[in-house]
Write a protein that binds this ligand. Sequence first.
Ligand code: GLA
Ligand code: ZN
Length: 673
Amino acid sequence: MPEITPRGLTGLAFGGDYNPEQWPEAVWEEDVRLMREAGVTLVSVGIFSWALLEPAPGAHDFGWLDRSLDLLHDAGIRVDLGTPTVVPPAWFYRAHPDALPVTAEGVRLAFGSRGAICHSNPAYRAAAADITTRLAERYGDHPALAMWHVHNEYGVPVSACYCDTCAAHFRRWLERTYGGVDAVNEAWGTAFWGQRYASLDEIDPPRATPTVGNPAQALDYRRFADATMRENFTAERDILHRLSPGVPVTTNFMTALSQCDSVDYWAWGREVDLVTNDHYLITDGRRTHVNLAMAADLTRSVAGGAPWLLLEHSTSGVNWQPRNPAKAPGQMARNSLAHVARGSDGAMFFQWRQSRRGAEKFHSAMLPHGGTETRVFREVTELGAAVQSLASVRGTRTEADAAVLWDWQSWWAQNLDWRPSQDHDARERADAFYEALYDHHLTVDFARPEGDLSRYPLVVVPALYLMTEAAGDSLRRYAEGGGTLVVSYFSGIVDEHDAVHEGPYPGALRDVLGLTVEEFSPLLEGERVRLTGPGGAELQADVWTEFVVPRGAETVWTYADGPAAGRPAVTRHRLGEGTAWYVSTRLGTDGLATVLARAAEDAGISPRDDLPHDVEVVRRSGDSGRFLFAINHSGADAKVPLETPGTELLTGERAAGRLAVPAGAVRVVRLDG
Ligand code: GLA
Ligand code: ZN
């Protein structure tokens, strides 16, 4: 299948969200002049403009958008045109107050911010289809149009609505999914606490209850809410496909696990023509470049490995965290080019010109309040030139060494209430395993548990609590066929309805791991345990221990103390041609790196100890060549060995042997051959 890319772009995309409606038209000329100066090639327009495009019901004003698009087109800047359906106008809500979403506690949210939408509401659906149709009719073949940007970040800020319209829609979803109430009772285990339903009509959304509600109901509601948003996306997409044929349609994802948790991007990745993503650094004291790399890898993975596009990130600080530090000099370029290394065919920002008014006036932009004589604008202009010099990277694919399994539905299930320990967090495990792989300089794809894993020598399973039998079978086939698996505790415990697999834990993985788990024994807050292993090497762990009974697996590390003292802590099981490792406690990144180094030996992956810490080395390859990205996040100058000589694209210099990458710098070598 040919990859679908923004129309009319020859190199990588560079630009950002552009909100001309926030400025007098006199400013627009300057915008376009400075965009050209900065090397901007693509802007996202009109995302929040419904109230301006339709100031009164049925009365449209497209004049300003016509003029803005024509101006951009004359300057050769391509447009990613938004459908403004994330913010219906105030008049719409006066006519349809029931289109405002309701929380689980029964509070109806108000107009005056953004994203206040009940996605089941028929009036909203009709109005969204109408404005989308009008935009597609008017601009569907506009010469500036590169792609369509539907809505904005489905899933945030409201992940689900609990109103009566949604209740009725949920019942229809249950009917379609289960066929009738008996199957729902069975799947949800309603024999527990007398929750049995006589008819689907008795079922409501999982609204606030006196104590913990039915977990399978809560899990299904997340699936329903996700599917409902997807219905609305595909409805708009289909209108755009019909009226604007050949123009790719996207909606901006937020794959960072900390930024949007309500959308199953595996499913969404199949619906968009081009995967696009927004990413913001979370400054919580951790290594932000590792979190960025992970989000970029996840985005590429939901795109099936194809190139994707970073549609938003920030030039400097954001405005919505408790503390919003400015980016350090050079950090913006490192961030942008790290996304490119991991498959983005461009680097775009929120937003072009920093707003003077509204909630985001302290959010950085490409053109800050301070104007062009600022560090940010100078760095933006330099980055624009750098991005231009990487045009040949476009369309190539990032090479991966290993896979990490990830599943949003498992994460939803695991975050339900009343689990063995509130200190266990599936996302934290995914972060930690990822970081350990990153520190070994391994580039990873994320993969679905049921998918074909045979091309990866190493597959890591951070904490996949919900795992279908099919997923367990797939992992067994993978290991038997010669793969190496590393599995965290609390994986393979329940099925798709949050029901514990029959027999001892971990039901879906007992045979693969060659063990059973008799009991979980989570640790108290702050409690730590020691593990002893090969050659007396000690590891530290916390949060979780359990009583592992080997049934074929060998013990590699043993608990030296704590509730499981003397029992296996880390095990290794040979099956078929492959190996399955099990880590029954929460190791820190260093401990995981130690275990992963052993597993990598089993997988035949040679460690890259020749690469310095925090120097990221990633390769993209394809018809236009093979490219080595070296990004130095550290404060020290570094050298990166090159497998073949090549040309460094940012400086134009020849490179051979050991490539010098100064502290904080990025180098991109097009390798010869
Ligand atoms: C999101 C939105 C943008 C903007 C940025 C600010 O990604 O899509 O409209 O609010 O956050 O960081
Ligand atoms: Zn609703």
